[in-house]
Design a protein around this ligand. Structure first.
Ligand code: GLN
Length: 484
């Protein structure tokens, strides 16, 4: 059952081959059996899941079901879930039960999807390895001595291990695409503003976007459709109708122009990963696409600009965690100052503190112009590079990550090397564009991701290009040994 795509699951539910309750029990059972090895799920909501599955079974009989009705999924623990712990991977929110649902949570509920529980993640979504979580590191199912990528590492590992067919993720600088690449699954970060951020705990508000993680582009298309759309409660959400992503999947790729940025195939890219990506591009040529080299000249500035903008925004967003209104509070505070400093000192982990310090520094009087303002100017140049490129090409392709999954602990004490894990993904967030990662090869038994970057609101085109590739390749169907 767990090897089916959601399209197959939806068909089976409608044909009465199995019920959502059976499907849900099968996922819960797999989590029970396999997650001790992965640590991908931090809160299991088995009872609520079974109740939702029974409701879905009833709804399926009435005929007003959606493609997601009765389909189990795991939810990244950054989305508020009413009455369920919403920890964001932090000690700070370990005791926090959200009093309301995020818009994404509510939409998936309305669609009839069955939430199994919440997935492990880097603390407040800061990281590229899922090692900064208060609940411990997540392991990559392809090799449990390696990282799954971050920050949506729990979601990616769980889907790769077929513990659930779908999971949500968020991507501020690569956190859907990089773990999707390292775990051999499909993930898409939509255009900024496509999916509501209401109730999604903010890391860097001008960069954060939610999206699906799935085993195929087709499955991701259905989930993204359910998650997307204008939300009056998020002033940055965009009032534009959602196209039917599932309907555009079959479009022919003849005449599609693919741009390969020179800067994404240079120094720093592992040679074998580069070769796998080139081989994937060759498949696109066979599918009738035209491929040309392009340049995104400001690529090297993306990581430095991001590590000013993102910490600046996080320092502001995280100031609400003060030990007073919700979340962790230190024992026996002496006075108010002591309450603030010890609650935050004890509640946040090292990486989060590092970012708050950097962000506070960059925003302070006298430094603001030199750092924050400069980074925003660089951000504009990065965006302009893409706008220029999309005059000539339809989709930009390249590697998602410069290498395959690295070993646990390998980069934990070296923040700069860790930050460079996202060298190919970060610019996409700075520009607000949609980006996707699909499995495109294997190197020494570890998955390689191909990144597809589209113009604003070109999610449909990306999913279409990904789906076409998945029809002629089988990388996305491979499963890690021991989890088949
Ligand atoms: N790895 C990047 C960071 O640490 C991106 C994280 C994300 O996309 N949430 O900030």
């Amino acid at each position: 059952m767990h090897q089916k795509t959601i399209v197959e699951m939806a068909a089976g539910l409608r044909a009465g081959e199995f019920s959502s309750e059976e499907l849900t029990r099968s996922c819960l059972q797999r989590i029970e059996t396999h997650d001790a090895q992965l640590n991908s799920v931090i809160t299991l909501t088995a009872e609520a899941a079974l109740a939702a599955a029974q409701a879905a079974d009833a709804r399926l009989k009435t005929g007003d079901a959606t493609p997601l009705t009765g389909i189990p999924y795991l939810h990244k623990d950054i989305f508020c879930t009413e009455g369920v712990r919403t920890s964001c991977g932090s000690r700070m929110l370990d005791n926090f039960e959200a009093p309301y649902d995020a818009t994404v949570t509510a939409r998936l509920k309305q669609a009839g999807a069955v939430m199994l529980g919440k997935t492990n993640m880097d603390e407040f979504a800061m990281g590229s390895s899922n090692e900064t979580s208060f609940y411990g590191a997540v392991k990559n199912p392809w090799d449990t001595e390696r990282v799954p990528g971050g920050s949506s590492g729990g979601s990616a590992a769980a889907v790769a291990a077929r513990l659930a067919p779908l999971a949500t993720g968020t991507d501020t600088g690569g956190s859907i695409r990089q773990p999707a690449a390292l775990c051999g699954i499909t993930g898409i970060k939509p255009t900024y503003g496509r999916v509501s951020r209401y109730g999604m705990i903010a890391f860097a508000s001008s960069l954060d976007q939610a999206g699906p993680l799935a085993t195929s582009a087709q499955d991701a298309a259905y989930m993204l459709e359910a998650m997307s759309g204008f939300d009056p409660r998020d002033s940055t959400s965009i009032d534009q109708p959602v196209e039917s992503y599932a309907q555009s999947l079959e479009q022919d790729l003849r005449g599609l122009t693919i741009g390969l940025p020179r800067e994404y195939f240079s120094e720093g890219l592992d040679a074998q990963v580069g070769a796998a990506v080139e081989a994937a591009i060759e498949e696109y040529r066979k599918l009738g696409a035209e491929v040309k080299e392009i340049s995104l000249p400001n690529t090297a500035l993306a990581v430095p600009a991001y590590y000013v903008v993102a910490p600046a925004e996080c320092s502001s967003n995280l100031s609400r965690m003060d030990g007073v209104r919700f979340g962790y509070r230190c024992e026996d505070p002496k006075d108010l100052e002591d309450l603030y400093t010890r609650s935050r000192g004890e509640g946040f982990g090292a990486e989060v503190k590092r970012r708050i310090l950097i962000g506070t520094y960059a925003l302070s009087a006298g430094y603001y112009d030199a750092y924050y303002l400069k980074a925003q100017q660089v951000r504009r140049l990065i965006r302009d590079d893409f706008v220029q490129a999309f005059k000539d090409v339809d989709i930009i392709m390249g590697p998602t990550s410069p290498n395959t999954a690295f070993r646990l602990g390998e980069r934990a004490d070296d923040p700069v090397t860790m930050y460079l894990s996202d060298i190919y993904t970060i610019a996409v967030n700075l520009a607000g564009l949609p980006g996707m990662s699909i499995p495109a090869g294997m190197v020494d038994g570890l998955p390689v991701g191909l990144q597809l970057i589209g113009d604003y609101f070109a999610e449909g085109r990306l999913l279409n290009a990904a789906h076409r590739f998945q029809q002629v390749t089988d990388w996305h169907t491979r499963m890690p040994a021991g989890f088949e």
